[in-house]
Design a protein around this ligand. Structure first.
Ligand code: ZN
Length: 275
């Protein structure tokens, strides 16, 4: 009789513990951003939401809100749930550039399936030569940086005699792969545009996780147009690099991300949709 009581006592404890466990697991799934460092290092961290491989494979819904993302950076690029346009974050303001060319301020409640942000704090500024195109800028910065093995946040401010950008239309489920979507991308061209190019240079070893090399977006000074940068010609502009050695990644806890096959992401595929 006594033993029976003890056994039932332990069964009850196990039962309560399992309910509590399931409950805490459930709540953890809701909170994607658990890393809240303090101090200077925090400012030098690139925070990345999801992977470029997941985006290539149609994982266009994520659980991280822009309200949360803003705690991790005032500068960056990305997209929106449903792949509803291109995101530019600059000086703490987050913008959505839709495929019809219109620009909106991003609401805190909106969510992202892919984003890169940091607190921008320039380490080196250089003047770009007039006439430089995208490739020239890449070569120029490549020659200037102390190593190709860390991340750089890159901000290019000024006037551009030509800028070509794109944005992507909002998708509905079942989501097609990104290569299908970019076939329908909108192209925007600007002449004598004043504005800012915002983005990152990532090391070549990030393939599958992020875009190796340069991934840049553009927004005009009046914040009324922009997009994912495809081509540019410098008129009078300065490039500022923020050397970034720390990386914090937030992987989605959504089912789509859990199920997608990320074992075979080809760099050419990333190149095709981003360049
Ligand atoms: Zn982009």
């Amino acid at each position: 009789m006594k033993i029976n009581k003890i056994v039932w006592f332990f069964i009850a404890i196990l039962f309560i513990a399992s309910i509590y466990g399931a409950y805490t697991l459930g709540t953890q799934k809701e909170e994607n951003l658990l890393y809240t460092p303090e101090g200077l290092e925090y400012q030098e961290t690139l925070t990345q939401v999801s992977t470029i491989g997941a985006l290539l494979n149609g994982v266009y819904d994520g659980g991280v809100s822009f309200g949360d993302l803003k705690r991790y950076g005032d500068f960056g690029i990305g997209t929106f749930n449903g792949l509803d346009g291109e995101m530019v974050a600059l000086d703490g303001e987050f913008y959505q550039i839709k495929s019809d060319g219109s620009v909106y301020k991003v609401k805190d409640s909106m969510k992202t399936p892919f984003a890169n942000v940091t607190f921008f704090d320039g380490d080196r500024e250089v003047k770009l030569d007039e006439g430089m195109n995208y490739e020239d800028i890449r070569d120029f910065i490549d020659d200037m940086i102390p190593t190709k093995n860390i991340f750089y946040a890159i901000k290019i401010d000024g006037t551009f005699s030509y800028v070509k950008t794109r944005s992507v239309p909002k998708q509905v489920k079942p989501y097609p792969p990104l290569a299908e979507v970019t076939k329908d991308q909108s192209i925007f061209e600007f002449n004598d545009a004043k504005g800012t190019i915002v983005g990152f240079r990532s090391p070549s070893y990030v393939g599958g996780m992020n875009v190796p090399g340069y991934h840049l977006h553009f927004i005009t000074e009046d914040r009324r147009a922009g997009g994912h940068l495809l081509e540019v010609k410098v008129k009078d502009a300065n490039a500022t690099m923020d050397y970034t050695s720390d990386l914090f990644m937030v992987l989605p806890s959504e089912d789509d991300f859990y199920r997608v096959d990320l074992t075979n992401i080809k760099e050419e595929e990333v190149e095709k949709v981003e360049k």
